[in-house]
Design a binder for this molecule. Structure first.
Ligand code: NAD
Ligand code: TYD
Length: 351
C-alpha cells in the first residue's frame, strides 16, 4: 500500500534528515511535514527537497488538536513518525512546563487524532514515536540501557519524554493503536541547533569564544551520526514489531572532555590554526543540576532482529559535521542571531 506519512518536527535537526531520507527513498509515499517552526525548526534545512512532488509542508502546532484533525483529513494520513518536541535539557531546566505541553500534551493530541482517524483498522496503520535513551536515567561506570531497563528520568526533558512514551504504550494497550517506539542516544551531524554540545562548541571555536564544559567534563554520552538514526527509524518504521520498542545507539561512548579535545584538534587542522590553539578555549563551568553521569545503549536488539548498525565512524562523522558548519556559515549566522543571544546569556552568563 502506498503510504501517506505525517512526519512531525520535520523542520528540526533529526526530523529534516528523516524527511529527506523518506522523500528520496520512497517516491510512492506522500510525505507531509508538520512543524510549528519554533526556534529549533528551520525550513532551510530542507531547501534541497522542498519542491519534490511527494513532499508537502504544513505549519501547525501539535497543541492545536483541531488543526491536527484537519491536516489528517486533508492528506488522508495513514501513518505517523512523531519527532516534534522540545528537545534541550538545559531549556527544560529553565522552563519545564513548555516540555509538558509539547512533549506530553502534544503527543496525546496526535494520539487522539490517530485513534479517531484509524478506528476499526489499527493493524494497518502505525504511530512511530521517536524518543530518547534519557528516559532510562543514568548509568554508573558500567552497564548498558536495554529495552527492559526501567524508566527513571532525571531531567524535566527526560521526564516529559518518558511521559509521552507511556502514553503511546497506553494507547496501544487500551485502544489497540499500532505503535513502535525508538529510544536513541545522542545524535550529532549537519543542521544541529547550536545549543547542544557539539554544534555549540563548533560555533564557539569558530568565533574564538570560551567552551563551557559542565563540571569536570567526565560525563559520558554515546554519540550517533544523525543519518544513521534516520536509517534506524526507516528500518523500525517498516519492519519493527508492532507494540514494541527498540534502542538505537552508536556503540560510541565518549567522556565529554575527551570529545571536546578531539573536536578542538580537528578544528585546529581545518581552520589552519596552530595545534593546541582551540583547547585553550576550554573553560570548566558550574555543573548542570541533575546532570546524568553516563548514557550507553545496548543496540543488539535492532541489530539482531532488523540488521541495523551504524555506518559512519565517529571520526568520519565529526569531520563531516565540522565541514558542514564551515561550509554553511550563513545558516549558522542566521540561527545564532536574535533570540539565541538572549538564551545564551541566560544559560551561560553567571556559570
Ligand atoms: P529539535 O529541537 O532540533 O527539533 C524539534 C522540531 O520540533 C523543530 O522543528 C520544532 O519546530 C518542532 N516543534 C517543537 N514544538 C512543536 C510543536 N508544539 N508543534 C509542532 N512542532 C514543534 O529536536 P531534534 O534533536 O531533532 O529531536 C527530534 C526528536 O528526537 C525529539 O522528539 C527528541 O526528543 C528525539 N531525540 C533527540 C535526540 C538528539 O540527540 N537530538 C536523541 C534521541 C531522541
Ligand atoms: P547536550 O548536547 O545538551 O545533550 P544531552 O544533555 O541531552 O546529553 O549535552 C551533552 C553533554 O555535554 C552533557 O553531558 C552536557 C554537556 N554539556 C557541556 O558540558 N556544556 C554545554 O555547554 C552543553 C550544552 C552540554
Amino acid at each position: 500500500m502506498s503510504k501517506k506519512i505525517l512526519i512531525t518536527g520535520g523542520a528540526g535537526f533529526i526530523g529534516s534528515h528523516v524527511v529527506r531520507l523518506f522523500v528520496n527513498r520512497y517516491p510512492d509515499y506522500a510525505i507531509v511535514n508538520l512543524d510549528a517552526l519554533t526556534y529549533a525548526g528551520n525550513l532551510e534545512n530542507l531547501s534541497d527537497i522542498e519542491n519534490a512532488t511527494n513532499y508537502k509542508f504544513e505549519k501547525a502546532d501539535i497543541l492545536d488538536a483541531a488543526a491536527l484533525a484537519d491536516i489528517f483529513k486533508k492528506h488522508e494520513i495513514t501513518d505517523i513518525i512523531h519527532l516534534a518536541a522540545e528537545s534541550h535539557v538545559d531549556r527544560s531546566i529553565l522552563s519545564p512546563l513548555d516540555f509538558v505541553y509539547t512533549n506530553i500534551i502534544g503527543t496525546v493530541n496526535l494520539l487522539n487524532v490517530a485513534k479517531e482517524a484509524w478506528k476499526g483498522d489499527y493493524q494497518n496503520h502505525r504511530f512511530h514515536h521517536v524518543s530518547t535513551d534519557e528516559v532510562f536515567g543514568t548509568l554508573g561506570d558500567s552497564g548498558f540501557f536495554t529495552e527492559t531497563t526501567p524508566y527513571s528520568p532525571n531531567s524535566p526533558y527526560s521526564a516529559s519524554k518518558a511521559g509521552s512514551d507511556h502514553f503511546v504504550r497506553a494507547y496501544g494497550e487500551t485502544y489497540g493503536l499500532g505503535y513502535v517506539i525508538t529510544n536513541c542516544s545522542n545524535n550529532y551531524g549537519p543542521n544541529h541547533f547550536p545549543e547542544k554540545l557539539i554544534p555549540l562548541f563548533i560555533n564557539n571555536i569558530i568565533n574564538n569564544k570560551p567552551l563551557p564544559v559542565y563540571g569536570k567534563g567526565d560525563n559520558t554520552r554515546d554519540w550517533l551520526y544523525v543519518i544513521d538514526h534516520a536509517r534506524a527509524i526507516d528500518v523500525v518504521f517498516h519492519q519493527g514489531k508492532n507494540h514494541d520498542s527498540y534502542n538505537v545507539g552508536g556503540f560510541n561512548e565518549w567522556k565529554n572532555i575527551d570529545l571536546v579535545k578531539l573536536l578542538c584538534k580537528q578544528m585546529d587542522v581545518k581552520l589552519g590554526r596552530e595545534a593546541g590553539n582551540s583547547e585553550q578555549l576550554i573553560s570548566y563551568v558550574k555543573d548542570r543540576p541533575g546532570h546524568d553521569l553516563r548514557y550507553a545503549i545496548d543496540a543488539s536488539k535492532i541489530n539482531k532482529e532488523l540488521g541495523w548498525k551504524p555506518s559512519v565512524t565517529f571520526e568520519e562523522g565529526l569531520s563531516a559535521t565540522i565541514d558542514w558548519y564551515l561550509e554553511n556559515e550563513a545558516w549558522l549566522k542566521n540561527v545564532t542571531s536574535g533570540a539565541y543571544q538572549q538564551y545564551y546569556e541566560k544559560q551561560y552568563l553567571d556559570r
